[in-house]
Write a protein that binds this ligand. Structure first.
Ligand code: SAM
Length: 274
């Protein structure tokens, strides 16, 4: 599939998916809370410039702008960029610095112009390693020396855990998808069922850090985002009880770098320093 075709597939997939509200439901709330925690753990204080490449509908970009950061969002899906602009207009005291259609492999920003870069999407949507490295090299280029990049990957084993816990493991249409995920991490979904996602690459934790190193970064940490927490039975009951929510977050934090459970997380975060 050519570069143009792969972007068209991303645009087609998100035409039907509702990215603007995804993080408000079920275990995606854990993904959001932990992603925010892992960003704040290392982010420099304001004023600082952040590039959110693959920023979707602006969930993290607008949250960071509201905290006083100067945030540029790019995303190849025009619908997402429109949604991000609308969200930005809804916080007129703290708007985004910009929101434009673009590709993380070719950032429009100048060399050493950013303090932080978020790649929370492109590294799993791009199925070729050279394209993922192109994103990371671009992030490296636009960062000032000492600047940080956050890159999210989907775990090689996420679809195995998801299918078992969500009940679609026995779907014969899903079996070949899972077999290939486990074989080489190349996720393909010819079924048309959006539950089974779109073309993607699923990383082993070590592959994510290897890519950061290959692009010239020092690896600060490689961490589970949700850990095993996304697999909790009755997730909403846990999450909606403040005490249980804190215990869940504490347990996830406790095992966030445990090598033997890293791959059980739906997403893995690598953080690299230029
Ligand atoms: C699941 S969404 C995540 C959005 C947001 N960053 C978050 O973490 O909630 C993945 C995003 O990656 C974007 N994406 C896919 N390929 C990309 C590329 N080559 N460059 C930049 N963004 C890309 C998609 O358009 C989509 O908005």
């Amino acid at each position: 599939m050519s570069n143009e075709d792969s972007i068209q597939e991303v645009v087609r997939f998100y035409g039907d998916a509702e990215e603007a509200t995804r993080l408000r439901a079920g275990w995606f709330q854990l993904e959001q809370a932990r992603t925010q925690e892992l960003i704040l753990r290392h982010l420099p204080p304001t004023p600082a410039t952040i590039v959110d490449a693959g920023g979707g509908a602006g969930a993290y970009a607008c949250w960071l702008a509201a905290r006083g950061y100067h945030v540029h969002l790019i995303d190849p899906v025009p619908k997402h960029v429109e949604q991000a602009r609308a969200a930005s207009a809804g916080q007129p005291e703290h708007p985004l610095a910009s929101a434009e259609v673009g590709d993380a492999r070719r950032l429009p920003h100048g060399d050493a112009s950013a303090d932080a870069v978020l790649l929370l999407g492109p590294l799993y949507h791009l199925v070729e390693r050279e394209d993922r490295l192109a994103c990371l090299r671009e992030a490296h280029r636009v960062l000032r020396p000492g600047g940080l990049a956050w890159g999210a990957g989907i775990s090689r084993f996420a679809s195995l855990f998801d299918s078992l816990s969500s009940g679609f493991f026995s779907d014969p249409a899903f079996a070949p998808i899972l077999a290939r995920d486990l074989e080489d991490g190349q996720h393909r979904n010819p079924t048309g069922n959006p539950l089974y996602f779109t073309d993607a690459f699923f990383h082993r934790p070590g592959e994510l850090s290897r890519d950061f190193l290959a692009a010239g970064f020092q690896v600060v940490e490689v961490t589970a985002i949700e850990g095993p927490g996304w697999l909790a039975r009755d997730f909403d009951l846990l999450w909606n009880d403040p005490a249980h929510r804190e215990r869940l977050l504490a347990a996830v934090r406790k095992v966030e770098r445990e090598p033997s459970v890293l791959g059980a997380s739906s997403h893995i975060m690598a953080i690299g320093r230029k």
